[in-house]
Design a protein around this ligand. Structure first.
Ligand code: F6R
Length: 248
């Protein structure tokens, strides 16, 4: 794993946004769609801010972009303020020229009996487009990427999972209390993520230092699902100095 450490997350986020923007433009030149895997949470917010700025400056268009989000709580309605659907529209999609038909976010209101097929279809849709050109990731304190919690298999695909207690506790303030945090989520799998041609993982702040060390320097284990990223050939982990503090 290649990692880059920056003083602060603002400049690092700018660089991440520029890489994404360059990829979109390169695909535009080739007359191809750009297939982006996107994350929610606090880590990528400034990256999306930068992308919106580039769009407003007239330097970037999303007209060839097709997106797939990593995950969504289950159950969850799209009009719920806590939904990742809402998050993505608020931080990115409402402000750029992406075709709404090109936005894919796992749905949090599929019937339980239909979820397995829904997840297979999500996976197939990515595959038919030739896979993800790029995947943006954050990391949870449990070592999750997407919502692949400890115990997730290397070969896992898109599926419904049970959220770890630590993950639910970390989300409690967003939901006005632990009891309101959904117990499950739909997430892309480890194998879905690892097949992306390029991955950027972002981690900011001292709370991530310990899991960042385990991810980069620890053994590859389902107990730290992000450690499977060590096998990826084209990943950069972008850290601020606090998140990098425990690295040797
Ligand atoms: C969100 C996601 C999660 C988050 C992780 C870190 O789509 O897949 O893995 O990236 O929980 O969250 P933040 O960035 O809020 O610390």
């Amino acid at each position: 794993i290649h990692n880059e450490i920056f003083q602060d997350s603002s400049y690092a986020s700018k660089l991440a946004a520029l890489e994404i923007s360059d990829l979109i433009k390169q695909k535009q030149k080739e007359g191809k769609p750009c297939i982006l895997g996107l994350a929610t949470g606090s880590s990528p917010i400034k990256v999306y801010e930068e992308l919106v700025t580039l769009y407003r400056l007239g330097e970037l268009s999303f007209n060839n972009v097709i997106t797939f989000n990593l995950d969504e709580y289950y159950p969850m309605d799209t009009d719920n303020q806590q939904s990742y659907y809402h998050f993505m529209h608020q931080h990115l999609f409402d402000h750029v020229d992406i075709n709404p038909e090109n936005i894919n976010i796992p749905s949090g209101n599929i019937n339980l009996e239909e979820i397995d097929q829904y997840c297979i279809d999500y996976e197939m849709k990515i595959k038919k487009l030739g896979g993800l050109d790029f995947q943006l990731l954050g990391i949870g304190r449990t070592g999750h990427i997407g919502f692949n919690e400890p115990g997730s298999h290397r070969n896992s695909g898109t599926r419904i999972i049970t959220l770890d207690h630590i993950t639910r506790r970390d989300a409690a303030s967003d939901f006005n209390g632990l009891e309101n945090v959904p117990k499950r989520a739909i997430t892309m799998g480890i194998s879905t993520i690892i097949k992306a041609k390029r991955i950027l993982l972002l981690a900011w702040g001292h709370k991530k230092a310990s899991v960042v060390k385990k991810t980069i320097e620890g053994e590859i284990t389902p107990q730290i699902p992000a450690s499977f990223l060590q096998d990826h050939k084209n990943i950069t982990v972008i850290l601020d100095s606090e998140a990098a503090a425990d690295l040797t």
